[in-house]
Design a protein around this ligand. Sequence first.
Ligand SMILES: Nc1ncnc2c1ncn2[C@@H]1O[C@H](COP(=O)(O)OP(=O)(O)OP(=O)(O)O)[C@@H](O)[C@H]1O
Length: 269
Amino acid sequence: MQGAALSVRDLSASYGPVRALRSVSLDVPEGGVVTVLGGNGAGKSTLLRAISRTLAFHGGSATGTVHFDGKPVQAHGADRIVAQGICQVPEGRQVFARMTVEDNLRAGALGSRGDRTAKSAALRRVHELFPVLAERAHQRAGLLSGGEQQMLAVGRALMAEPKLLLLDEPSLGLAPMMATRIADTIREINSQGVSVLLVEQNAALALKLATTAYVLEVGEVTLSGNADTLAASDEVRRRYLGVVDEDAAADASQAAAKHPVLTRWEEAR
Ligand SMILES: Nc1ncnc2c1ncn2[C@@H]1O[C@H](COP(=O)(O)OP(=O)(O)OP(=O)(O)O)[C@@H](O)[C@H]1O
């Protein structure tokens, strides 16, 4: 059995009086893809910030334990976390819009421990993965499309040669075709040995990529398990995959037939 690359235990987080996470525990096995699903404000970004030690930059604080490769990460600052092999791709891409694509990528290598040869090899790998970033190397990042900026954000994180990639809503705001392309790339990155923790509102996409899934609601894990099993569960289908509960729909239409007043009231709204 594979060991847990990342192990989070009893993680609670707040922003002043606002409690964002309550006693969250989860594991990302070495080489695995794990997803955390949840609606707006469920605590997904907070979870990633607490793992990458960037929560304080957002005015937050956390308690609990986070181990990576068997070592505690709480004692370190965000820069040391990158050197330990954890890289976060923040929500909203946050590329340096006025810098060129190439300079954005080079900035991603700043926290890595690799020498010049390793950094050149990392750049080659990023260009193989995203040829458009080589083609547009000297253009300003702000001129890229949303999907290309997402590629740049992922490419920039890969420049530090992470062992674990934390991805915050990579499909947000992208057209379905571009979201599928990003998903294919995540699969490819994972096949090269990088573990992935993916937080997503796009549950359909995330559940196809992941082997294990957790559902976060108002800061707490309410469901967890095998991604295929969760994708088949009524609750996840109804709440996160937008699938109408057929039994409930049948009951509702039977009730409407028996109680036409109700139907008329519904129609009048
Ligand atoms: N910097 C902050 N200061 C104060 N409260 C915050 C801050 N960031 C998030 N919160 C609050 O913490 C809770 C969890 O937010 P978080 O951004 O982690 O959720 P999320 O699941 O990532 O949602 P979304 O997809 O909308 O970003 C919410 O109640 C949110 O309003």
